[in-house]
Design a protein. Structure first.
Length: 456
């Protein structure tokens, strides 16, 4: 009965195989078919010990039969590896599996795809074996070069991990090589983020892990960024590639915005990322890198960073330009509101209270609940007593405090509101000027707010 069942299965498989494209049967087709049926049947039953020999026979004797003999060989060998307890025998099986990947490429191509999977497989078993770090590194470098942005997600962090381990144990990789590998992997993450937003959280974790592995591999500090990478960027900017020069718009006689080489832009991105990792964002080179990045691609966060740095350096006009650049780089009203307030705060520092309030009000039109904007306007009014005081009416001179109080109340700042209230006119001052609580008056001056009289 079992024999009858076997020949029935053989008949069905033989029928199906003959109907499927991609099979290259040898002259001794019957033996090949028998071996194929045997190993696939054993594999389906989970009997990998029985499946391995007929599968090996096919790979050795009919290597171009069908790609599935290699795909299934990896499944069988993985099963055997997981069960094997003897370290030497386990290693032999791993090596056999790696050779299966190579034989698959020899007979069915798809080198990039297969080497990507080979690196994943090897890393699974050799990532803690110091004797294999050099081989693993070479596998990942091949996979990275062949696949580029198609490198498997599981290989992104694994590649950097092996780079770290190989450098620390062999000392044969330079810091520049490590940086190039890190840069290539970071570009892949950026590409995937742009094209696979559903996996954004996972990809951001990959980048975080790349950053951590980089700093665990080489010393990334302010000195390295400024003195090693900084001069390289300066050289690229001073001598742009492809004969790039500053152009001029001859109709307006205004210089066209400078264009940078791709090499300079990529180095700028690397410097900026490493400046964040190494906490070096206060350096001049980080600022220069950010400006190059913003020229290449308008980005809200980069523009805001540049504006903040320029403001800290007292370069107020430049700071305002980049704040405007940040606003133009986003469609998000909350982000625009935030930058409008930044501009308002800068104008307050300069002493231009009118423009400060204008920008704070613009901020509030985009985000009516932005308490910091109300607070800023309140502070502007509080500091305007000396500017607006005429000395003719003690009540009118103190109206700015009532205006400030109103702003602080809107912001929910009770302490600040109480401080403003302490400066209200006294009841005696209202009586002396024949005024009453509840009357409406204008503050005059630049404040020009209608307020309701009240006493302190």
């Amino acid at each position: 009965m079992k024999l009858l069942k076997y020949f029935f299965v053989l008949f069905l498989v033989n029928f199906n195989l003959n109907a499927q494209p991609g099979w290259s049967w040898p002259e001794d087709k019957a033996t090949a078919e028998e071996k194929n049926v045997l190993y696939t049947d054993y594999l389906k039953q989970g009997e990998c010990e029985m499946a391995i020999e007929p599968n090996r026979w096919l790979i050795q004797n009919v290597p171009n039969l069908h790609v599935s003999i290699y795909q299934n060989a990896i499944k069988i060998l993985r099963c055997l590896i997981d069960k094997e307890e003897d370290a030497d025998k386990k290693n032999e099986l791993i090596q056999e599996a790696l050779s299966v990947f190579d034989k698959r490429i020899e007979n069915f191509g798809r080198e990039a795809y297969v080497k990507n999977r080979k690196a994943t497989f090897a890393y699974t078993f050799y990532r803690s074996d110091k004797t294999q770090y050099a081989n693993l590194h070479n596998m990942f470098m091949e996979a990275l070069e062949l696949n580029g942005n198609k490198l498997g997600n599981s290989n992104i962090v694994a590649c950097m991990d092996i780079c770290r381990k190989h450098k620390l144990t062999s000392k044969t990789i330079t810091d520049d090589e490590v940086l190039n590998i890190y840069d290539d992997l970071s570009k892949i993450v950026s590409f995937k983020l742009a094209n696979d937003p559903k996996n954004a959280d996972r990809l951001k974790r990959y980048q975080d892990n790349l950053d951590k592995l980089l700093t665990a591999t080489i010393t990334v500090d302010c000195n390295f960024v400024e003195n090693t990478l900084g001069p390289k960027l300066s050289e690229l900017v001073a001598s742009p590639s492809n004969g790039e020069i500053m152009e001029t718009d001859y109709e307006s006689l205004a210089p066209v915005e400078e264009q940078y080489s791709e090499e300079a832009i990529n180095l700028a991105k690397k410097i900026f990322q490493l400046s964040i990792t190494g906490k070096c964002t206060s350096s001049d080179i980080a600022l220069e890198a950010a400006k190059i990045m913003f020229t290449a691609q308008r980005d809200f966060a980069i523009a805001k960073f540049i504006a903040g740095r320029e403001q800290a350096n007292n370069n107020y006009e430049t700071a305002l330009e980049y704040y405007d650049g940040a606003i133009e780089s986003t469609a998000d009203d909350l982000q625009k509101s935030e930058v409008m307030l930044n501009k308002a705060q800068l104008y307050a520092v300069i002493g231009n209270k009118i423009k400060s309030r204008q920008n704070a009000r613009k901020s509030l039109t985009l985000n009516p609940n932005f308490t910091d904007a109300y607070k800023l306007i309140g502070n502007l009014y509080m500091s305007s007593y000396d500017d607006c005081r005429e000395g003719k009416s003690r009540v009118k001179d103190r109206l700015v405090f009532i205006a400030a109080y109103k702003m602080f109340k809107r912001a929910g700042l009770e302490t600040k509101a109480n401080q403003a209230r302490e400066q209200f006119p006294s009841m005696e001052e209202l009586f002396n000027e024949n005024l009453e609580i509840g009357e409406s008056m204008n503050t005059g001056c630049w404040v020009n707010e209608e307020v309701t009289l009240n006493k302190r």
